[in-house]
Design a protein around this ligand. Structure first.
Ligand code: ADP
Ligand code: MG
Length: 249
């Protein structure tokens, strides 16, 4: 008998370069995230963290290298791209909910439009997801009627509605009032414990220490460190990481 082929990593970036005009914003990025792993991405402003997230589902094209999600290379465009993009859920700093749709309608929208899920079934799933993120009682309200923390939890439910294989979070709590940060981190921590593969850009060091399997530190478009959280926080190897930690801790 032949040995089973090992599962591919959920995210694989190899030799990825990205330029904005003359600006080299991702430099030969090599990154593999196994299924179920939670990776926190740290780094100063402008180091390329958001761009890294956006290249993973081709919101930004890359100039060289390859990106695979669950073993599938991401095509530059076309039907396959739409299908593969749906495997990657994304949550941004700004919640980007549709203002004129209710919370439950926001969560139902992509499954109905993109996956052609019947509305009744999409609504049922949406309600289950809103229950999971703790805002089922807000389902029929409009986004502006919810607190920032509730809106961000709705945005997480909306991303989960497409049954993604990977969730990317780009500073999901940075726009929130301090008292709402924890409720969003709690939802993310639960997702992590349930085995979701996650890439999380955040300045919440408590979350990084507790929920991350791995910390990646970026500076000037490069992955400078890639280590276990306890190692990164207690003994950062590079001067850039030491500087960064000195400023935020
Ligand atoms: P971070 O999320 O770590 O703050 P970004 O990925 O947003 O960093 O940005 C990395 C670099 O790319 C920065 O110098 C930023 O100014 C630049 N940049 C980001 N988006 C664009 C864009 N659409 N056009 C031109 N430059 C950009
Ligand atoms: Mg950013």
């Amino acid at each position: 008998m032949t040995a089973p082929t090992p599962a591919p990593p959920m995210i694989r970036m190899a030799g990825v370069d990205k330029f904005f005009g003359p600006l080299h914003v991702l430099k030969n990025v090599e990154l593999e995230v196994p299924k179920g792993q939670v990776v926190v991405v740290l780094g100063p402003s402008g180091s390329g963290k958001s761009t890294l997230c956006r290249t993973i589902n081709r919101l930004e094209p890359i100039n060289s290298g390859t990106i695979e999600v669950d073993g599938q290379p991401l095509p530059a465009e076309g039907k396959d791209l739409a299908r593969l993009r749906a495997d990657v859920g994304m949550v941004f700093q700004s919640f980007n909910l549709f203002a004129h749709k209710s919370i439950v309608e926001n969560v139902m929208l992509a499954p109905v439009k993109v996956r052609k899920t019947p509305a009744a079934e999409a609504r049922k799933t949406a309600m289950e997801l809103l229950e999971r993120v703790g805002i089922a009682t807000q389902a029929d309200k409009f986004p502006a009627q919810l607190s920032g923390g509730q809106q961000q939890r709705a945005a997480i439910a909306r991303a989960l509605a497409m049954k993604p294989k990977v969730m990317l979070f780009d500073e999901p709590t940075s726009a929130l009032d301090p008292e709402m940060v924890q409720e969003v981190l709690d939802v993310m921590t639960t997702l992590a414990k349930e085995g979701m593969t996650m890439l999380v850009v955040t300045h919440e060091m408590g979350f990084a220490r507790k929920a991350a399997d791995r910390v990646i530190f970026m500076a000037d478009g490069e992955v400078v460190e890639d280590s276990a959280p306890e190692e990164f926080f207690s003994a950062p190897k590079s001067n850039r990481a030491k500087d960064f930690l000195g400023k935020i801790l």
